[in-house]
Design a protein around this ligand. Structure first.
Ligand SMILES: Nc1ncnc2c1ncn2[C@@H]1O[C@H](COP(=O)(O)OS(=O)(=O)O)[C@@H](OP(=O)(O)O)[C@H]1O
Ligand SMILES: Nc1ncnc2c1ncn2[C@@H]1O[C@H](COP(=O)(O)OP(=O)(O)O)[C@@H](O)[C@H]1O
Length: 178
């Protein structure tokens, strides 16, 4: 299978990481070379020291996109659960891949804010509501939804297995084109 980047963008708690892990686990079980570049994790190494200003988020997204393209160019299926709230930054990552002939797919995990707030996996929405956290994406910081994603998944409506199947469909379609 040729390499590619599959970027899952969406709010905190939308289900990006859960879907990415389930999908990557299935690919790995099938012998596919796969890596997850998780925003939370990369912020402790590749992007250590960066915060959540627009400038820092854009720098972070550009770095992650750079690493993803390198891996994808060398045959890895790279799954990227990173919020990437700004359309311009996502477009720059797409262009970076296109310029190098590397496949890039954008998946909008469109789970509504109200559902993410109810889930509140990490307690960040509660902290934000209590005034203990500022610049929370979707609350008091922007999230610009993709206007033309390759796939949209609302995990409040789509069960995890179906979300993973949809990603397999995307990868298969890409492999048939390649
Ligand atoms: N202010 C604010 N806004 C959004 N998210 C926040 C914030 N502060 C901390 N966190 C936690 O950081 C994770 C987001 O990191 P990302 O690298 O995906 O974000 S970004 O693309 O740079 O916007 C995000 O991870 P996920 O919940 O997995 O999306 C949060 O756990
Ligand atoms: N269909 C689904 N797909 C993915 N996650 C789901 C689904 N239904 C419920 N969830 C739950 O939603 C939460 C999503 O959290 P997470 O994957 O960390 O989101 P994100 O990475 O976007 O911040 C998890 O607790 C997960 O178990």
């Amino acid at each position: 299978m040729s390499g590619q980047t599959i970027w899952l963008t969406g709010l905190s708690g939308a289900g990006k990481t859960t879907v990415a892990r389930a999908f990557a686990a299935q690919l790995a079980a099938d012998g596919v070379s796969v890596e997850i570049l998780d925003g939370d994790e990369l912020r402790t190494n590749l992007s250590a020291g960066l915060g959540f200003s627009r400038e820092d988020r854009d720098t972070h997204v550009r770095r992650v996109g750079f690493v993803a393209e390198l891996l994808a160019r060398h045959g890895v299926t790279v799954v990227v659960p990173v919020i990437a709230p700004y359309a311009d930054a996502r477009a720059a990552v797409r262009a970076h891949h296109r310029d190098r002939g590397t496949s890039y797919r954008e998946v909008y995990v469109s789970t509504p804010l109200t559902v993410c707030q109810e889930r509140d996996v990490k307690g960040l929405y509660a902290r934000s509501a209590a005034g203990g956290l500022s610049a929370m994406t979707g609350v008091d910081d922007p999230y610009e939804p993709p206007t033309d994603p390759d796939l949209t998944i609302d995990t409040s409506r789509v069960p995890l297995d179906d979300a993973v199947d949809a990603l397999h469909g995307l990868v298969r379609a890409e492999s048939e084109v390649a």
